[in-house]
Design a protein around this ligand. Sequence first.
Ligand code: AMP
Length: 249
Amino acid sequence: MKILVAVKRVVDANVKVQSRSDGTGVDTVNLKMSMNPFDEIAVEEAVRLKESGIATEVVAVSAGVVQAQETLRTALAIGADRAILIESNEVLEPLAVAKLLKALVEKEQPHLVILGKQAIDDDSNQTGQMLAALANLPQATFASKLVIAGGKATVAREVDGGAETLSLMLPAVVTTDLRLNEPRYVTLPSIMKAKKKQLDTMKPADLGVDVSPRLKTLKVVPPVRRAQGMKVPDVKTLVEKLTIEAKVL
Ligand code: AMP
């Protein structure tokens, strides 16, 4: 069983981002970049399936600038067998990524595609769903448990009202939620080993996909700063302030 895992290079989750002064986007110059946290969970799950003898090959794929090779090397260090970079300097919208992944699914014929539920830079939460629709594959999003057996994936997923369990025929698309697993710590020997693993590069045109943006960002501005809070000595003062000053009671 072959698993394809999609990994995105994003601004590290611990970095506080700022918008560019001209409002054209987020300033990413000299910022620490990392693998999208939900994608780390996706790679970890695929590698665990390989370690348990269920999967035979894990292929990591990233679409983006040449530096996304570093993200792919991290996936290889976690335990992916080989990696593919679809190199592009365009701003890649979820639809473009989904089209690229669909073309790769046709080429690689994986039994399972695992993606993160969302990328923490654009928070779109769209690519997995779009891929499933374009490739006509069953999908289970926000997976908190994944069991593969008898050509099926059983997926527990977190929904508004609680938990839901879906059974999907393979091949299928699964997107990861935070509780699916805790990714391993990547050791130095595995980073060294990852340097020797196969990493192929292709261009969107090689997959016959036009990735030109369909959306135009008009303006990016930081959120309005919240007014400073205050401490009150007792409940009486609190009620007074809410009634007389704020007029909310
Ligand atoms: P999004 O729909 O942008 O929130 O992204 C959801 C998931 O799609 C991510 O967690 C990744 O698994 C995958 N994905 C999005 N963009 C890319 C990309 N440029 N390269 C590889 N995978 C991506």
